[in-house]
Design a binder for this molecule. Structure first.
Ligand code: ATP
Ligand code: MG
Length: 397
């Protein structure tokens, strides 16, 4: 028996005339990902991609695991492929459905006949297969409204496809279909989750991280790089910009009122991100900010940070609480790395009493006490870039 995978589109299925562009992107993303697993053939029909292993070494279960993390996929189904002969399907279905029906109380059959030359209608197929399932699994009952398991048979040009398990896909839009954005990635719990959420909307997510050695350690940087590597599971390849931020932070410390340290620092981070966006073609900045989480994320503080941005700032976590964010972080596999205890540059020189209601006028005045612009240019000229490739060794650029 041959087993293949059917991939059903998520939101792409709703697209109009430009649907094919999205389909091509999704298929390319899938191909790139599965290349690491084996040799697979692809065919596309009616909002479905059929993926077939081309040799013994190309494992279908491994492919399913990888597919679960690809945005743009609504559902994934493994199927057994039989000759287009109802007798053959009936003979073998007991064996193939054993795992799926084990422990189930009810089932129903859904038949679809794409090949209209097949001698039975869909209701006739459903009847015959239903009887065969009952013969093989005498304890199970039929429930056409709310079954535990739906057994599906599709008659297509080149075979009969039988499946019983439908796995929910990662949803969203194919990475790359919405353009690219720059994620401000710290070592915390929030920002990797923010990156995941925007990759889900079809953005290529590249990362920018600010370091302040010797106040922040090499291990803190390694931790953020590990997060980047972990994020490639969902986001695909990631460019990582590492910006030296020590001199800027020291200048803030020496020249600005302490109560504004964090907001000014965040604004300078954003100003650096602006320039990288302009230079390398990013259309937005992403942050892991969540309203009211800390003093720098009150409405007035976010307003001051936002005023420094020359690009749309996406804050997908803005309305989520820490428990929800943490749950997602566990789900996407970044939590354990995020909670490693190394310091972030935000915690260096953090004020004892930060202003929770800063005024932009005061902030601008404080910033004008020093020539930050030339420091920003210097930091950018000293920025290093690496490329993290999904499932591959890190590339240094
Ligand atoms: P996180 O869990 O993402 O670190 P947080 O709750 O600790 O967030 P802050 O430290 O106030 O919040 O940072 C808010 C946001 O600013 C982060 O989500 C991130 O987008 C950005 N940020 C903070 N520090 C850095 C850094 N060193 N490099 C890049 N971005 C940063
Ligand atoms: Mg942080």
């Amino acid at each position: 028996m041959k087993e293949i995978i059917m991939v059903k589109y998520g939101e792409i299925a709703l697209k109009g005339i430009n649907k094919k562009t999205f389909e091509d992107m999704l298929q390319n993303n899938i191909k790139r990902r599965l290349k690491k697993i084996g040799q697979f053939g692809y065919e596309r029909m009616q909002s479905t991609i059929y993926i077939e292993p081309l040799d013994e070494n190309s494992n279908v279960d491994d492919a399913v695991e990888a597919l679960k993390k690809i945005f743009g996929i609504g559902a994934i189904q493994k199927c057994a492929v039989y000759p287009k002969d109802i007798g053959a399907v009936k003979e073998h279905l007991g064996e193939y459905l054993k795992d799926a029906l084990d422990g189930a109380k009810t089932f129903k059959i859904e038949a679809k006949r794409a090949d209209k030359t097949f001698p039975f209608t869909s209701p006739e197929i459903q009847q015959q297969l239903g009887d065969a399932v009952l013969d093989n699994f005498p304890e199970i009952g039929v429930d056409v409204h709310n079954p535990d398991v739906t057994v599906r048979l599709e008659i297509r040009d080149n075979g009969a496809y039988l499946s019983a398990k439908r796995i929910t896909g990662a949803g969203g839009m194919p990475v790359g279909s919405s353009g690219k954005a720059l994620l401000m990635l710290s070592g915390g719990i929030d920002s990797p989750v923010a990156g995941y959420m925007m990759a889900k909307r079809g953005l290529v997510v590249d990362c920018i991280h600010y370091i302040s050695p010797p106040y922040t350690s090499e291990r803190a940087l390694t931790k953020v790089q590990k997060l980047c590597e972990e994020m490639t599971e969902y986001c695909g390849d990631i460019m990582f910009y590492c910006v030296p931020f020590t001199e800027i932070q020291e200048a803030i410390r020496d020249n600005c009122p302490e109560e504004y340290f964090t907001v000014i620092m965040r604004r300078l981070m954003v100003k650096i991100a602006n320039k990288i966006c302009a230079k390398d073609g990013y259309g937005a900045i992403i942050t892991g900010e969540s309203l009211a989480q800390v003093a720098s994320q009150t409405l007035p503080a976010l307003g001051c940070t936002n005023a420094a941005a020359e690009y749309p700032v996406f804050r997908p976590l803005i309305g989520m609480d820490k428990i929800e964010i943490t749950e997602l972080s566990r789900k996407i596999g970044t939590f354990e790395t995020s909670i490693l205890p190394y310091e972030d540059c935000c915690t260096v020189f953090s004020p004892k009493h930060p202003r929770t209601k800063p005024h932009l006028d005061d902030i601008l005045k404080a910033e004008s006490a020093f020539d930050f612009d030339s420091m920003i240019d210097k930091a950018i000229s000293e920025t290093t870039v690496k490329r993290y490739k999904y499932g591959e060794e890190t590339v240094f650029l």
